[in-house]
Design a protein around this ligand. Structure first.
Ligand code: CUA
Length: 340
């Protein structure tokens, strides 16, 4: 029985190994850094791992040497080993070495913490600043220097620091783009600061990293990193964006939108700011942060968003709108595009 008990850690470690082997999805992993902040943090992790491996090896080698050399041999059953009480040299050594190792870890960690939380330089007009407001369960990105805001998909230029002021509209959330940088809490009534820098263009996955309610796990967003020229072109188009309704279906949808949606959702300059801005809805990577953008999913979302993302603040329109009205609304929403 005792032997069996000793084997318990084996399946536990095996399970953990399997779980961890699943980590590392491209553009969603802190272990595959694609941003300056994530690289700083990755290097800190590696530093602590190298130190731990060093400590482990030294301890394991001394341990193995001692149990082999000083093991009880046949004929020594009655021998009592020499009794040692205190050894100043050893005690100083095994106090000083851990302190030294902790210092080697602590100094770069503290320096990195301050570096990563730096606020935007006041006088620099070219630096991009974004105000992030977290809501249950979506993200609002306001570009104060550019005079527009967007939701869910955050556009940034690559190769430069983008500064963020983060806050929350309700409970505490946490803003996290694992491949680009570490987490920062968003607190209601407070402003936290951080910056990120993407090293290469791409779409990076963002997560809410603070348990904030039933749909916490679905509070995803995307970071779309573009070359500076492409970003400027995108920002120009965002600034001048207006609602579009080219097809007949979309025109019918616009009517529905103006009756049922516009008090909370904005398109272009018109509309409320209680819910995600839909100016570039047709460009979104995902619907509601986590669903594939298909006509069926958009329609299902409008009918009953609570069944898809529990406890979000959007009411369902399944009873108030006919299927035709909902389909025209889908057509209208899909036309709200900035990129071609
Ligand atoms: Cu917001 Cu978890």
């Amino acid at each position: 029985m005792k032997k069996m008990l000793r084997l318990i850690p084996v399946p536990i470690f095996g399970f953990l190994l399997l779980m961890l082997a699943g980590c590392g999805e491209e553009n969603l992993s802190a272990l595959r850094p694609k941003g300056t902040g994530a690289k700083i943090q990755f290097d800190l992790m590696m530093l602590s791992i190298y130190i731990m491996i060093g400590v482990f090896l030294v301890v394991a080698i001394i341990f193995t040497y001692v149990i082999l050399k000083y093991r009880k041999r046949r004929g020594e059953e009655d021998v009592i080993p020499e009794q040692v009480e205190g050894n100043t040299t050893l005690e100083v050594l095994w106090t000083a070495i851990p302190i030294l190792l902790l210092l080697i870890l602590a100094i770069p960690t503290v320096l990195a913490t301050f570096t990563l939380a730096a606020e935007a330089p006041e006088d620099d007009k070219d630096t991009l600043k974004v105000e992030v407001t977290a809501h249950q369960y979506w993200w609002d990105f306001n570009y104060p220097g550019l005079d527009f805001n967007t939701s869910q998909d955050l556009y940034i230029p690559v190769g430069e620091k983008v500064y963020f002021d983060l806050t929350s509209n309700d409970v505490i959330h946490s803003f996290w783009i694992p491949a680009l940088s570490g987490k920062m809490d968003t607190n209601p009534g407070l402003k936290n600061s951080m910056w990120i820098e993407a090293k290469e263009p791409g779409v990076y996955k963002g997560k809410c990293a603070e348990l904030c309610g039933p749909s916490h796990a679905l509070m995803d967003f995307k970071v779309i990193a573009l070359e500076r020229d492409d970003f400027d072109a995108w920002a120009d188009k965002m600034k001048n964006a207006k609602a579009k309704a080219d097809t007949e279906a979309a025109q019918a949808g616009e009517e529905v939108f103006k009756q049922s949606c516009i008090s909370c959702h904005a398109v272009g300059e018109e509309g409320g700011n209680l819910a995600p801005n839909l100016t570039n809805f047709g460009d979104r990577e995902t619907l509601a942060g986590f669903l594939d953008v298909t006509d069926e999913n958009i329609a299902d979302w409008i009918k009953d968003p609570q069944s898809l993302k529990p406890a979000n603040s959007m009411p369902g329109f399944g009873n108030d709108l006919s299927d035709d009205e909902i389909n025209s609304l889908v057509a209208y929403l899909k036309e709200q595009k900035i990129n071609q």
